[in-house]
Design a binder for this molecule. Sequence first.
Ligand code: ZN
Length: 252
Amino acid sequence: MKLVRYRYGKDQPRYGWIYEGKVGPLEGDPFGEYRRLEADIPLSDVQLLAPVEPGKIICVGRNYIEHAKEHSAPVPEWPMLFMKPQSSVIGLNDTIILPPQSKQVEHEVELVAVIGKSGRWIQPDEVFSHIFGYTIGNDVTARDLQNIDGQWTRSKGFDTFCPLGPWIETELDPSDVLLSCRVNGELRQMTSTREMVFTVQQLVAFTSTIMTLNPGDVIFTGTPAGVGVLNAGDVVECTGEGIGTLSNRVAH
Ligand code: ZN
Protein backbone atom coordinates (compact mmCIF):
# COMPACT_ATOMS: atom_id res chain seq x y z
CA MET A 1 0.00 0.00 0.00
CA LYS A 2 1.03 3.58 -0.66
CA LEU A 3 0.07 5.62 2.43
CA VAL A 4 -0.29 9.37 1.99
CA ARG A 5 -1.29 12.38 4.04
CA TYR A 6 -3.21 14.84 1.94
CA ARG A 7 -5.35 17.91 1.91
CA TYR A 8 -8.39 17.99 -0.37
CA GLY A 9 -10.07 21.34 -0.89
CA LYS A 10 -10.75 23.02 2.43
CA ASP A 11 -10.84 19.71 4.37
CA GLN A 12 -8.48 19.02 7.27
CA PRO A 13 -5.37 16.99 6.36
CA ARG A 14 -5.98 13.26 6.61
CA TYR A 15 -4.37 9.94 5.89
CA GLY A 16 -5.20 8.16 2.67
CA TRP A 17 -4.06 5.56 0.22
CA ILE A 18 -3.36 5.53 -3.49
CA TYR A 19 -4.88 3.12 -5.98
CA GLU A 20 -4.49 3.43 -9.76
CA GLY A 21 -3.64 7.13 -9.62
CA LYS A 22 -6.49 7.99 -7.28
CA VAL A 23 -6.59 8.80 -3.57
CA GLY A 24 -9.01 7.45 -1.01
CA PRO A 25 -9.36 8.26 2.68
CA LEU A 26 -8.14 5.92 5.37
CA GLU A 27 -10.42 5.67 8.38
CA GLY A 28 -8.83 4.97 11.76
CA ASP A 29 -5.17 4.75 12.76
CA PRO A 30 -2.76 3.88 9.93
CA PHE A 31 -0.43 2.32 12.51
CA GLY A 32 -3.23 0.36 14.15
CA GLU A 33 -6.77 -0.49 13.11
CA TYR A 34 -7.87 1.16 9.88
CA ARG A 35 -10.20 0.77 6.95
CA ARG A 36 -9.51 1.89 3.39
CA LEU A 37 -12.37 3.76 1.76
CA GLU A 38 -12.85 3.94 -2.00
CA ALA A 39 -10.02 5.72 -3.86
CA ASP A 40 -11.91 8.07 -6.17
CA ILE A 41 -10.13 11.46 -5.95
CA PRO A 42 -7.64 12.07 -8.79
CA LEU A 43 -4.12 12.44 -7.36
CA SER A 44 -3.77 15.77 -9.18
CA ASP A 45 -6.73 17.19 -7.20
CA VAL A 46 -5.11 16.79 -3.77
CA GLN A 47 -2.13 18.39 -2.10
CA LEU A 48 0.17 15.66 -0.79
CA LEU A 49 1.67 16.51 2.60
CA ALA A 50 4.63 14.89 4.35
CA PRO A 51 3.29 11.31 4.69
CA VAL A 52 3.83 11.21 8.44
CA GLU A 53 4.13 13.66 11.34
CA PRO A 54 7.16 12.12 13.03
CA GLY A 55 7.61 12.13 16.78
CA LYS A 56 11.36 11.61 16.32
CA ILE A 57 13.54 12.15 13.26
CA ILE A 58 16.62 10.01 13.74
CA CYS A 59 19.46 10.15 11.23
CA VAL A 60 22.77 8.39 10.71
CA GLY A 61 25.97 10.02 9.48
CA ARG A 62 28.45 8.44 7.06
CA ASN A 63 26.59 5.23 6.32
CA TYR A 64 28.04 4.90 2.80
CA ILE A 65 31.82 4.48 2.45
CA GLU A 66 32.07 6.62 -0.71
CA HIS A 67 30.23 9.52 0.98
CA ALA A 68 32.54 9.38 4.03
CA LYS A 69 35.50 9.47 1.61
CA GLU A 70 34.25 12.60 -0.18
CA HIS A 71 34.49 14.43 3.16
CA SER A 72 37.76 12.68 4.13
CA ALA A 73 35.92 11.38 7.19
CA PRO A 74 36.43 7.94 8.74
CA VAL A 75 33.63 5.35 8.54
CA PRO A 76 32.40 4.96 12.13
CA GLU A 77 32.62 1.66 14.02
CA TRP A 78 29.00 1.96 15.09
CA PRO A 79 26.11 4.04 13.67
CA MET A 80 26.72 7.75 14.30
CA LEU A 81 23.27 9.08 15.16
CA PHE A 82 21.91 12.61 15.19
CA MET A 83 18.43 14.09 15.10
CA LYS A 84 16.52 16.72 13.16
CA PRO A 85 13.64 18.72 14.72
CA GLN A 86 9.98 18.10 13.76
CA SER A 87 9.79 21.76 12.69
CA SER A 88 12.12 21.02 9.75
CA VAL A 89 9.62 18.70 8.01
CA ILE A 90 8.07 19.71 4.68
CA GLY A 91 6.28 17.67 2.01
CA LEU A 92 6.23 17.12 -1.73
CA ASN A 93 6.54 20.32 -3.80
CA ASP A 94 7.12 22.49 -0.70
CA THR A 95 9.99 24.97 -0.86
CA ILE A 96 13.38 24.48 0.79
CA ILE A 97 14.35 27.89 2.17
CA LEU A 98 18.06 28.76 2.09
CA PRO A 99 18.92 30.43 5.42
CA PRO A 100 20.99 33.63 5.38
CA GLN A 101 23.54 32.08 7.78
CA SER A 102 24.83 29.58 5.17
CA LYS A 103 26.52 29.82 1.79
CA GLN A 104 26.63 26.06 1.20
CA VAL A 105 23.32 24.25 1.56
CA GLU A 106 23.47 20.71 0.15
CA HIS A 107 21.05 17.89 -0.75
CA GLU A 108 21.28 14.34 0.67
CA VAL A 109 18.89 11.73 -0.76
CA GLU A 110 18.13 8.96 1.75
CA LEU A 111 15.92 5.92 2.25
CA VAL A 112 13.76 6.56 5.33
CA ALA A 113 12.27 3.79 7.47
CA VAL A 114 8.97 4.61 9.19
CA ILE A 115 8.30 2.84 12.50
CA GLY A 116 4.88 1.22 12.87
CA LYS A 117 5.12 -0.56 16.23
CA SER A 118 6.73 0.61 19.48
CA GLY A 119 9.83 -1.12 20.71
CA ARG A 120 12.97 -0.95 22.84
CA TRP A 121 15.90 -3.38 22.53
CA ILE A 122 14.41 -4.69 19.28
CA GLN A 123 16.30 -7.79 18.15
CA PRO A 124 17.61 -7.66 14.55
CA ASP A 125 15.34 -10.55 13.49
CA GLU A 126 12.30 -8.65 14.86
CA VAL A 127 13.07 -5.32 13.21
CA PHE A 128 10.87 -5.76 10.14
CA SER A 129 7.78 -6.35 12.29
CA HIS A 130 8.38 -2.86 13.78
CA ILE A 131 8.75 -1.09 10.41
CA PHE A 132 5.56 0.21 8.80
CA GLY A 133 7.14 1.13 5.47
CA TYR A 134 9.60 3.36 3.66
CA THR A 135 9.64 6.83 2.21
CA ILE A 136 12.25 9.15 0.72
CA GLY A 137 13.93 11.94 2.64
CA ASN A 138 16.24 14.78 1.74
CA ASP A 139 18.56 15.43 4.70
CA VAL A 140 19.23 19.03 3.67
CA THR A 141 22.45 20.24 5.30
CA ALA A 142 24.24 23.58 5.64
CA ARG A 143 27.67 22.04 5.00
CA ASP A 144 29.67 25.14 5.93
CA LEU A 145 27.94 25.38 9.33
CA GLN A 146 28.32 21.62 9.86
CA ASN A 147 32.08 21.97 9.38
CA ILE A 148 32.30 24.98 11.73
CA ASP A 149 30.11 23.61 14.51
CA GLY A 150 31.38 20.05 14.97
CA GLN A 151 27.91 18.97 16.15
CA TRP A 152 25.09 19.11 13.70
CA THR A 153 21.93 20.51 15.26
CA ARG A 154 22.23 23.91 13.61
CA SER A 155 23.40 22.75 10.18
CA LYS A 156 20.66 20.13 9.79
CA GLY A 157 17.88 21.70 11.83
CA PHE A 158 16.69 24.73 9.87
CA ASP A 159 12.99 24.95 9.02
CA THR A 160 12.31 23.19 5.66
CA PHE A 161 15.51 21.07 5.89
CA CYS A 162 13.56 17.78 6.12
CA PRO A 163 11.55 17.11 2.95
CA LEU A 164 9.72 13.75 3.28
CA GLY A 165 7.58 11.94 0.72
CA PRO A 166 5.88 11.51 -1.61
CA TRP A 167 4.24 8.62 0.33
CA ILE A 168 5.06 5.60 2.49
CA GLU A 169 5.43 2.35 0.54
CA THR A 170 4.59 -0.54 2.84
CA GLU A 171 5.64 -3.31 0.40
CA LEU A 172 9.38 -2.81 -0.09
CA ASP A 173 12.55 -4.79 0.44
CA PRO A 174 15.03 -2.13 1.64
CA SER A 175 18.18 -4.15 0.95
CA ASP A 176 18.67 -3.11 -2.71
CA VAL A 177 16.84 0.15 -3.45
CA LEU A 178 18.39 2.41 -6.07
CA LEU A 179 18.51 5.97 -4.70
CA SER A 180 19.07 8.94 -6.98
CA CYS A 181 19.06 12.71 -6.73
CA ARG A 182 18.72 15.14 -9.63
CA VAL A 183 19.07 18.91 -9.48
CA ASN A 184 17.40 20.70 -12.42
CA GLY A 185 17.39 17.33 -14.18
CA GLU A 186 21.15 16.74 -13.75
CA LEU A 187 22.07 13.50 -11.98
CA ARG A 188 24.01 14.18 -8.75
CA GLN A 189 23.66 10.99 -6.68
CA MET A 190 22.90 7.40 -7.70
CA THR A 191 23.70 4.39 -5.49
CA SER A 192 21.94 1.29 -4.22
CA THR A 193 21.18 0.81 -0.53
CA ARG A 194 23.27 -2.36 -0.95
CA GLU A 195 26.25 -0.05 -0.35
CA MET A 196 25.18 0.89 3.19
CA VAL A 197 27.71 0.27 5.96
CA PHE A 198 24.96 -0.57 8.49
CA THR A 199 21.74 -2.14 7.16
CA VAL A 200 18.23 -0.94 7.99
CA GLN A 201 17.95 -3.91 10.36
CA GLN A 202 21.15 -2.95 12.18
CA LEU A 203 20.23 0.76 12.35
CA VAL A 204 16.78 0.18 13.82
CA ALA A 205 18.02 -2.43 16.30
CA PHE A 206 20.91 -0.16 17.36
CA THR A 207 18.72 2.93 17.76
CA SER A 208 16.26 0.96 19.89
CA THR A 209 19.03 0.15 22.40
CA ILE A 210 19.11 3.90 23.13
CA MET A 211 15.53 5.13 22.86
CA THR A 212 12.03 3.70 22.58
CA LEU A 213 10.87 3.82 18.98
CA ASN A 214 7.22 4.75 18.49
CA PRO A 215 4.78 4.59 15.57
CA GLY A 216 5.48 7.44 13.18
CA ASP A 217 9.13 7.88 14.17
CA VAL A 218 11.37 8.01 11.11
CA ILE A 219 14.94 6.82 10.63
CA PHE A 220 17.03 8.36 7.85
CA THR A 221 19.55 5.74 6.76
CA GLY A 222 22.37 7.91 5.40
CA THR A 223 23.26 9.42 2.04
CA PRO A 224 25.49 8.04 -0.71
CA ALA A 225 28.26 10.00 -2.45
CA GLY A 226 27.56 12.91 -4.77
CA VAL A 227 26.10 15.50 -2.40
CA GLY A 228 26.22 19.02 -3.82
CA VAL A 229 25.13 22.62 -3.45
CA LEU A 230 21.55 23.86 -3.87
CA ASN A 231 20.91 27.37 -5.19
CA ALA A 232 17.79 29.51 -5.23
CA GLY A 233 15.63 28.56 -8.21
CA ASP A 234 16.79 24.93 -8.27
CA VAL A 235 14.41 21.97 -8.35
CA VAL A 236 15.75 18.97 -6.43
CA GLU A 237 14.28 15.52 -7.08
CA CYS A 238 15.08 12.60 -4.77
CA THR A 239 13.98 9.19 -6.04
CA GLY A 240 13.84 5.76 -4.50
CA GLU A 241 13.26 2.84 -6.85
CA GLY A 242 9.98 1.20 -5.94
CA ILE A 243 8.85 4.21 -3.89
CA GLY A 244 8.67 7.39 -5.97
CA THR A 245 10.09 10.87 -6.37
CA LEU A 246 10.21 13.66 -3.80
CA SER A 247 10.48 16.99 -5.61
CA ASN A 248 11.13 20.35 -3.96
CA ARG A 249 11.95 23.84 -5.13
CA VAL A 250 14.72 25.92 -3.53
CA ALA A 251 14.41 29.62 -2.68
CA HIS A 252 15.85 32.32 -0.43
ZN1 ZN B 1 22.21 12.53 5.89
